[in-house]
Design a protein around this ligand. Structure first.
Ligand code: COI
Length: 355
């Protein structure tokens, strides 16, 4: 249990960009709030955290992360409630997951007080950047990378942990068309698909670009061994409603333990919905569709929250899902999650944390 906040040296910008914020024409991740947190790790210890005006950082061309991929991140959001309070959604889960990624990538873990106090003080300073509007939030990007200049292939001895923020609305403008990917693989058992490693995203770009060129918004990834089992959708976890049951791939070393995923499953269980976390064959989805039992499919993630899937294409055959108005469970979950975040519904699991 934390008692006192750590002291963070703060330099407030004299050139706020807030007046230029145009919420009507907001594109995801294009506009950044005024300040950022920066903490260095060297000589075996985390150094004094600093909050600085958002801006460029200076790096050696030999920076470890640029060559050998010691880089990872988190994604989380702050919301403004109706009475103007700023809250975070499940921040300790992001902290815990960041440290799991750190261990897998041979990086130092981040102490809870540095993560939580740094996060809260940064978001409190930039509180005016949290939009007070339904569907809007402040997307928060904590990240860490090996910052030592080195060419030998070994773990960096120096790291930077940073956080910056970006006001956000929805990630996808419309329900997504996806295709089942049977050639490329996102992650394999024993790899680091469960970590929010930068490399997982780098490796997904070419398959996603090829899918875009074919008219799809995203890919549904399948397992790397047989391409028979469903893994994730794009940068999200994926869920299906079949015959009234909520079904999602079980967590493994190749699947990210999404915090939105966990929240959705928890709400469904609270409401008495039957939930199954298990391996799902692509053929099972096809069979359910053909039997008229595929009631819903959607992605879950921090950026997208709930992203409805409009259609799934497998080997050239498009399976078109029911109209949005008929997606009873995912619509109800999406509304309830928003209500909890904006302080409009009770928060029985203690997910919302004030700044
Ligand atoms: C998130 O939802 O936070 C993600 O990781 C998606 C991001 C890569 C935009």
């Amino acid at each position: 249990m934390q008692t006192e906040s750590i002291s963070i040296h703060t330099t407030v910008t004299s050139a706020s960009q807030l007046a230029d914020l145009d919420l009507e024409n907001l594109q995801f991740g294009k506009v950044f709030a005024d300040h950022m947190l920066e903490v260095d790790y060297k000589d075996g210890a985390w150094q004094q955290p600093r909050i600085l005006p958002y801006g460029p950082i200076e790096l050696s061309p030999a920076t470890a992360a640029l060559h050998y991929g010691q880089a990872m991140f988190e994604g989380m959001k702050a919301y403004k409630t109706q009475d103007g309070k700023v809250v975070l959604f499940r921040p300790l889960d992001n902290w815990a997951r960041m440290n799991k990624s750190a261990v897998r990538l041979c990086m130092p873990e981040i102490p809870e007080d540095i993560f939580m106090d740094g996060l809260k003080q940064l978001v409190a300073l930039d509180a005016d950047w949290v939009p007070q509007r339904p569907g809007y939030s402040l997307y928060i990007r904590p990240f860490m990378f090996g910052s030592e200049g080195l060419l030998g292939v070994r773990p960096s001895t120096e790291y930077k942990f940073m956080i910056f923020c970006s006001p956000a609305s929805g990630y996808y403008a419309e329900p997504v068309r996806v295709k089942i990917e049977e050639h490329y693989t996102r992650a394999v058992e024993g790899g680091f698909g469960f970590a929010k490693a930068a490399g997982n995203y780098g490796g997904s770009l070419l398959p996603a670009k090829l899918a875009h060129e074919e008219g799809y918004h995203q890919i549904i990834w399948t397992d790397g061994r047989e391409h028979n089992y469903i893994e994730e959708s794009g940068t999200m976890n994926v869920m299906f409603v079949i015959d009234g049951k909520l079904i999602t791939p079980a967590l493994s070393t190749s699947i990210l333990a999404g915090i939105t995923r966990d929240s959705v499953l928890q709400l469904a269980r609270d409401w008495g919905v039957e939930v199954e976390e298990r391996r799902i064959k692509v053929q099972e989805i096809v069979d359910a569709y053909q039997a008229g039992k595929l009631e819903d499919a959607f992605g879950t993630g921090t950026a997208a929250t709930i992203a409805h899937i409009k259609s799934i294409t497998f080997r050239g055959e498009e399976m078109v899902l029911p109209a949005l108005a008929d997606r009873t469970l995912s619509n109800k979950i999406s509304t309830e999650l928003d209500n909890i975040r904006y302080g409009l519904a009770p928060d029985p699991h203690g997910w919302v944390v004030p700044v």
